[in-house]
Ligand binder design. Structure first.
Ligand code: NAD
Length: 481
C-alpha cells in the first residue's frame, strides 16, 4: 500500500511522529493508501527548508521561475491520465471529469501564472514637481497554502502557482482526505528541477498541521480554501499576528431562471451546476429559482434530465455521478434530506442511498442526485451549505422578489442568471451579492478575472492580477526631485 510521505526540502520524508492515517477510496469505502499524520514538528521542519530556499528563489530571474513552472505544467499534461485516475480514486469523482476538467485546469494554473509574471508592470506616479514614486512589488516570504478535498489538485495548484511565480516559498497542506495528487505533483516538481525547499508539502489533519501553519509567526501569508467554520478559525489564528489572509469559503449559490430564458440551455446548464462532481463544487447552484410561468415545465424537464444521469463506479468511463468523498459527508447529505422533509419539502427525485452500484463499490459512499421542492426560502435546507447532490427548486413571481431570495443568505460566492433580456441580466447582476455572476452559463473560467466570495463566502480575491498582488508586498519608493 502506498505511503504518502511529506515533501520537505526536495525529499520525501517520514512524519516526525511516524504516524499515518488511512486514505479511504470513497467508491469502495476501503483504505487504499496511507497518508502522513504530521504535526507541528513537521511544519517546523518545512519552514526551515522554505526559509533556506527563499533568498535564492526570490532572486531567481522571473524568466527562470517561469521556465520551471511551465515545465511543471507540461509534465502535468504528460501525466494527465495517471493524475486523473489518482484524483478519481481519491475523491470519488468520475474519471471523465477529472480528465476533462480538474487536471487540465491544474496545468493551466501553472501556465497562466508562469507567463503572467513575464508581463507585469509597476506603477509610477509623479507628485507635482516634488517627487517621483514607483511601486516596488516584492515576494512576501514563506506562504501557507491550505486546500480542501473537492478539487484537490486544481485548488492546490491555484495557490502554489502564483505564490511561487512571484518568488515566495511555500508550505502547502492538501486535505487529508485527498492527498494523492499532491504526492504526484511533488514527483513532477522534482523532475522539473524545482529547487529544494521552494515547495514543501506537509500532510495531515487540520487541527495538527493546518493550525500549526496558520499560527506560525514565520508564515506571514495564508491562502485558505475550505469551509466557513474552518475559515473563521484560520482568521482568528492569523489576526493577532497581522498575517495577510485570503479566505475562499463555502457557498449556497442561487441559480435563477427567468421565463424568457432559452429553457433548453437553462435546463442543461442547471443540471450541470446542480450536480457536477456530485454537487461538491463550491460554485454549484444549489438553490434553483424559476419564474412561476415556467416553473412546471422547468421542473418536469429538469427532473427528466437529472434522472438520466448515470451513477456508477467513478472509474467506469460512462459514469456521470460518482461517490461522495467520505462517510461523514454522506451522513451530512442524508441529514439534510431528512431535515428538508421535516421542513415541509417534497423529494421530487432521489433522496435514498442506492441499493447497489457494482460488486467493487458495494461499501462505497453513494447518494443519488436529489431534487427537493415545496420548501420555504428561509428554511435551513435553503440556507445552509449541504455540499452534495441536493438542490431545491422554488418558484418566484418577480425580479425584485428573486433578488431578495438570492441575497437572503449568509453566503455570497457565485450565482447564475438565465434570461434573454440583456437589460435584466445587467440589472440583476448588479444587485446580487455574489463574487461571480454567470449569465446564461456556469463555471466558465477566465484566469484573468478576480475570483472569490462576499459575506461568509470569504475575503480577498484569488485569480489573475489579484493573486499576484496578494502574494507580493507593494512598497512605495518615493524619490525627491
Ligand atoms: P474544511 O474547512 O474542512 O477543510 C479545508 C482544509 O482546512 C483542509 O485541508 C483541512 O485539513 C484544513 N483545516 C481543518 N481545520 C483546520 C484548522 N483548524 N486550521 C487550519 N486548517 C484546517 O473544508 P473541506 O470539507 O475540506 O472542503 C469543503 C468546503 O470547502 C466547502 O465548504 C466548500 O464550499 C469549500 N470550498 C470553497 C471554495 C472556494 O473557492 N470558495 C472552493 C472549494 C471548496
Amino acid at each position: 500500500m502506498t505511503r504518502i510521505r511529506n515533501f520537505i526540502d526536495g525529499q520525501f520524508v517520514e512524519p516526525m511522529g511516524g504516524k499515518y492515517l488511512d486514505n479511504i477510496e470513497p467508491a469502495t469505502g476501503q483504505p487504499y493508501s496511507q497518508v502522513a499524520d504530521s504535526d507541528a514538528r513537521d511544519v517546523e521542519r518545512a519552514i526551515a527548508a522554505a526559509e533556506k530556499a527563499f533568498p535564492a528563489w526570490s532572486k531567481t530571474p522571473a524568466a527562470e521561475r517561469s521556465r520551471l513552472l511551465l515545465r511543471i505544467a507540461d509534465l502535468i499534461e504528460r501525466d494527465l491520465e495517471k493524475l486523473a485516475r489518482a484524483e478519481s480514486i481519491d475523491t470519488g469523482k468520475p474519471l471523465s471529469l477529472a480528465r476533462s476538467l480538474d487536471i487540465p485546469r491544474a496545468a493551466s494554473n501553472f501556465r497562466f501564472f508562469a507567463t503572467a509574471i513575464l508581463h507585469t508592470e509597476n506603477e509610477a506616479h509623479v507628485t507635482d514637481g516634488v517627487a517621483f514614486n514607483y511601486t516596488l512589488r516584492q515576494p512576501r516570504g514563506i506562504t501557507g497554502l491550505i486546500s480542501p478535498w473537492n478539487l484537490p489538485l486544481y485548488l492546490l495548484s491555484w495557490k502554489i502557482a502564483p505564490a511561487l511565480a512571484v518568488g515566495n516559498t511555500a508550505i502547502a497542506k492538501p486535505s487529508e482526505l485527498t492527498p494523492m495528487t499532491a504526492l504526484l505533483l511533488c514527483e513532477i516538481c522534482v523532475e522539473a528541477g524545482l529547487p529544494n525547499g521552494v515547495l514543501n508539502i506537509v500532510h495531515g489533519t487540520g487541527p495538527n498541521v493546518g493550525a500549526a501553519i496558520t499560527a506560525h509567526p514565520k508564515i506571514g501569508t495564508i491562502s485558505f480554501t475550505g469551509g466557513t467554520v474552518t475559515g473563521r478559525k484560520v482568521a482568528e489564528a492569523a489576526a493577532p499576528l497581522f498575517k495577510k489572509v485570503s479566505l475562499e469559503l463555502g457557498g449556497k449559490n442561487p441559480n435563477i431562471v427567468f421565463a424568457d430564458a432559452d429553457l433548453d440551455a437553462a435546463i442543461a446548464g442547471s443540471v450541470r451546476s446542480s450536480f457536477a462532481n456530485q454537487g461538491q463544487v463550491c460554485l454549484c447552484g444549489s438553490r434553483v429559482f424559476v419564474e412561476r410561468s415556467a416553473y412546471q415545465n422547468f421542473v418536469e424537464r429538469f427532473i427528466d434530465k437529472v434522472s438520466q444521469l448515470k451513477q456508477g463506479d467513478p472509474l467506469d468511463e460512462k459514469t456521470e455521478q460518482g461517490a461522495i468523498v467520505s462517510k461523514t459527508q454522506l451522513d451530512k447529505v442524508r441529514f439534510y434530506v431528512d431535515l428538508a422533509q421535516k421542513e415541509g419539502g417534497t423529494v421530487a427525485l432521489g433522496g435514498k442511498v442506492p441499493d447497489s452500484i457494482n460488486e467493487r463499490c458495494r461499501d462505497g459512499y453513494f447518494f443519488p442526485p436529489t431534487v427537493l421542492t415545496d420548501l420555504p426560502v428561509s428554511c435551513r435546507t435553503n440556507r445552509e451549505e449541504i455540499f452534495g447532490p441536493v438542490v431545491t427548486i422554488t418558484p418566484f413571481d418577480s425580479e425584485e422578489e428573486v433578488i431578495g431570495y438570492a441575497n437572503d443568505c449568509d453566503y455570497g460566492l457565485a450565482s447564475s442568471v438565465w434570461t434573454q433580456n440583456l437589460s435584466r441580466a445587467h440589472r440583476v447582476a448588479e444587485k446580487i451579492h455574489t463574487g461571480t455572476v454567470w449569465v446564461n452559463c456556469w463555471l466558465v473560467r477566465d484566469l484573468r478575472v478576480p475570483f472569490g466570495g462576499m459575506k461568509q463566502s470569504g475575503v480577498g480575491r484569488e485569480g489573475g492580477e489579484e493573486a499576484l498582488r496578494f502574494f507580493t508586498e507593494a512598497k512605495n519608493v518615493c524619490i525627491a526631485k
